[in-house]
Unconditional design. Structure first.
Length: 350
């Protein structure tokens, strides 16, 4: 999906989050942490307003044995520009007709709809995922496909960006998706700054498979894959090959590739290309370097190759991305080859 900017000069973009009995409060907390703070220090043309709604406003019992008060009803969905649905408490049940109607109306009015974890079941039950690719937590992926065969369920990814309807896998993937929305709306630099404030990765590499197969990673100094990844992230502007990474890990290229995919969910070559392309975003937004120079700085010296790979990854050429986001940032910064501290960690198709 191409990066998006919301049109207009309004001072806020209205985000509404659905609350209900049995809500997992962390799902709601993810959305609140990203979109509720005013963040005047970011100095962007507009930001988000945040509201919590429920079918019947008032106190709601949530997971953990405490209550949350939803001050608004579904009426705010009619004015919302982004609607976020946390994981539903019953993946075998169906949302109320009132909720289905409210979601369909919000979507018809132009709101983008976002689900976290099992919230995809609510979108699917409303018919809003028919014919679309979507994801949910890997524990529920088969059930989602069985219950809603018109949905193309992808259990491999952390989230799927369908432009106006977006779905995240587990709860932590909701952080990834919310930061992705910031990146789409305001660019990579702003998303990176929020991620640093939250002390999370701006964009995690790989998909859900890494959490199913290897839930307890080893320490980086004991893990040849992790150490080679860190080494590569610090040298993206240099020529790097899979063979060189394998040698640094003291593994054969075949062993390295197999263990790398098991650890990250991506091939070494594909992961390295995505890191380079992601590193180029900040340079395109905040520097005067030519497209050719940006490609060279991130280790893609062929201008034609850089343009082709960029378009394949983001849906637009680098020149269009720069036009879309350049006005949000100050050009003229010193340009240097990117390192691990200067870009997101990307390995997710969206």
């Amino acid at each position: 999906m191409p990066p998006r900017r919301r049109a207009g000069s309004r001072r806020s973009h209205r985000v509404a989050v659905l609350a209900f009995e049995g809500l997992a409060p962390f799902d709601l907390g993810v959305a609140a942490e990203v979109f509720a703070p005013a963040r005047p220090e970011l100095d962007v043309p507009w930001w988000y307003s945040f509201a919590v709604c429920a079918e019947r406003p008032g106190p709601l019992g949530v997971v953990g044995g405490f209550q949350l008060v939803a001050p608004h009803g579904f009426e705010i969905l009619a004015a919302a520009e982004t609607v976020i649905l946390p994981g539903c408490p019953d993946v075998h049940g169906n949302p109320s007709p009132e909720l289905v109607s409210a979601l369909r109306s919000a979507h018809a009015n132009g709101a983008r709809l976002v689900s976290i974890c099992s919230g995809a079941f609510t979108l699917a039950a409303a018919g809003l995922l028919d014919g679309r690719e979507a994801t949910t937590h890997w524990l529920y992926a088969r059930l989602l496909q069985e219950r809603f065969p018109r949905v193309r369920v992808n259990a491999e990814v952390l989230y799927v960006d369908g432009d106006d309807v977006l779905t995240a896998a587990g709860t932590a993937a909701g952080i990834d998706l919310c930061l992705h929305l910031i990146r789409c709306d305001h660019g990579a630099e702003i998303a990176n700054r929020i991620a640093r404030q939250m002390v999370v990765a701006a964009h995690r590499n790989g998909g859900q498979a890494q959490f199913i197969e290897a839930p307890v990673p080893r320490r980086i100094d004991d893990d040849p894959i992790a150490s080679s990844v860190q080494w590569a992230l610090e040298r993206l502007g240099e020529p790097l090959t899979v063979g060189e990474l394998a040698r640094r890990s003291h593994l054969s290229p075949r062993q390295f590739s197999r263990r790398f995919r098991a650890a990250t969910g991506a091939s070494p070559g594909g992961w390295l290309l995505r890191q380079r392309l992601q590193a180029s975003l900040t340079l395109l937004e905040g520097s005067d370097a030519s497209i050719e120079e940006v490609g060279r700085l991130v280790g893609l010296p062929s201008a034609a190759g850089f343009r082709r790979h960029f378009r394949d990854a983001f849906g637009v050429p680098p020149s269009s991305y720069r036009r879309n986001f350049r006005s949000l940032h100050r050009p003229g910064e010193q340009v240097s080859a990117p390192s691990a501290s200067g870009h997101d960690h990307v390995g997710q198709r969206v």
